[in-house]
Design a protein around this ligand. Structure first.
Ligand code: SAM
Length: 398
């Protein structure tokens, strides 16, 4: 057996034992821990083979596993590789084509019927309006970029540290003129600059959702009361405070452990909340008061982020869309009454499915809110996640 077929065998072993119920990264780490004789190049090749396999999503599942591994490896690479040169030289010669050119070459040879790009992401009828199905499907073939949001006044320090360490970056406009930096996928800053002090790791679309905050929080005077009701470790909360330091924050989440992470991040960021509570908002319970803005970044399928975690695309059960929509509506029904008359609710998901996006907007309209603005923040095609945001307003009392 050649070195190259041994890589395929190792990748097939990982894929054959992995059921998708935990994230793939720690599973691969455990596997490599048990295979001490593998060097770093071996690990990288096996890891690339496994990840690229899941990037095929639901396409070509009828092909033998080894064929799918080679096809996936080719589709997701941009430069010639010894493995492809040895096992599929005719594909390696075409490795410089774009993913869409490559799938056209493959589809033309395969029979019957087109395998790509629809096969990668087969739920195109369930997508939010404006999402381009082929572009979204093809985006799963590439690892997205790594984005950071630079904290106020820290751009020069962050850029200097990146330059000193030879890390390439591109500056992009974020919400309210705040700079976002695009870094190569896999860049690691932890050891150069402590996170949350000078910068926050935050996807570009997640930052752009912040543009929906401006009509709410930029009004002169006052100190708006904001409830980040599904706060997790506080990514959106820190953004709110950075963009609008006068905001008075309440944070909550169902998980106490994630609120401990939030506490650590807030301490590093030097910002404070007014109250924090652990609450399952799908059920009746504690009443944290009334707010000028409720930010509902609700739990969702995460389908706008699957190019980062392609194993979730591969194992997705479409029944989850309705399950999440039910949970989201239970949470929205509970938090909407906390918006003061004339106040706002900002719904956010990292989903591309209409049921979780426009479906929830329709639900909130029935609950008496009015739609101000909604947008799909499309990250596919620019190496970022896709998010949905909708700003709704509770009519003022007459
Ligand atoms: C999309 S994440 C929020 C991300 C966060 N806003 C940020 O920017 O980092 C959704 C959060 O909702 C929380 N959650 C899930 N079910 C919940 C429930 N029933 N009540 C309250 N929070 C819930 C999850 O623990 C998770 O942290």
């Amino acid at each position: 057996m050649s070195r190259w077929t041994r890589y395929l065998e190792r990748a097939s072993h990982v894929i054959g034992t992995y059921q998708g119920d935990t994230p793939l990264a720690p599973v691969l780490k455990d596997y490599f821990r048990g295979e001490r004789q593998m060097g770093s190049t071996d690990r990288r090749i096996v890891s690339d083979l496994v990840y690229s396999f899941y990037r095929l999503g639901w396409a070509v599942r009828e092909l033998p596993l080894e064929e799918r591994l080679l096809l996936a490896y080719w589709l997701t690479r941009t430069a010639s590789s010894p493995l492809l040169a040895a096992l599929r030289p005719e594909w390696d010669a075409l490795v410089g084509l774009t993913p869409s050119e490559k799938v056209a070459v493959f589809d033309a040879r395969a029979a019957p019927g087109p395998a790509f790009p629809d096969g990668i992401f087969p739920w195109k009828d369930a997508l939010s309006r404006g999402v381009d199905p082929p572009a979204l499907a093809l985006s799963h073939l590439q690892q997205p970029d790594f984005y950071i949001r630079v904290r106020p006044g820290r751009l020069d320090d962050v850029m200097a540290a990146l330059k000193r360490n030879g890390i390439p970056f591109e500056v992009i406009d974020g919400p309210a003129g705040a700079p976002a930096l695009r870094l190569p996928a896999g860049a690691s800053l932890q050891d150069l600059l402590p996170p949350d002090v000078d910068y926050v790791v935050q996807d570009l679309s997640s930052q752009r959702v912040g543009t929906l905050l401006s009509p709410v929080l930029a009004a002169p005077g006052g100190a708006p009361r904001v409830w980040d009701c599904c706060a997790a470790s506080g990514g959106k909360s820190i953004m709110v405070k950075d963009l609008y330091p006068r905001a008075r924050l309440t944070v909550s989440d169902i998980r106490p452990s994630i609120l401990h992470n939030l506490d650590r991040r807030f301490a590093a960021a030097g910002i404070r909340y007014e109250q924090a509570l652990v609450a399952d908002l799908s059920k009746p319970g504690a009443d944290p008061g009334v707010f000028d803005l409720v930010l509902a970044d609700v739990p969702c399928t995460g389908s706008g982020t699957w190019s980062r975690t392609p194993e979730q695309l591969y194992f997705f059960d479409p029944e989850k869309i309705c399950e999440f929509a039910r949970l989201q509506r239970a949470i929205l029904r509970r938090v909407a009454p906390a918006v003061v008359p004339g106040g706002y609710l900002l719904l956010i998901t990292c989903s591309v499915f209409a049921e979780e996006n426009e479906g929830n907007v329709a639900f909130l309209l029935q609950e008496g809110l009015e739609l101000c603005q909604q947008e799909v923040f499309k990250g596919y095609g620019q190496g970022a996640d896709t998010l949905f945001g909708a700003l709704l307003r509770k009519p003022a009392r007459v």
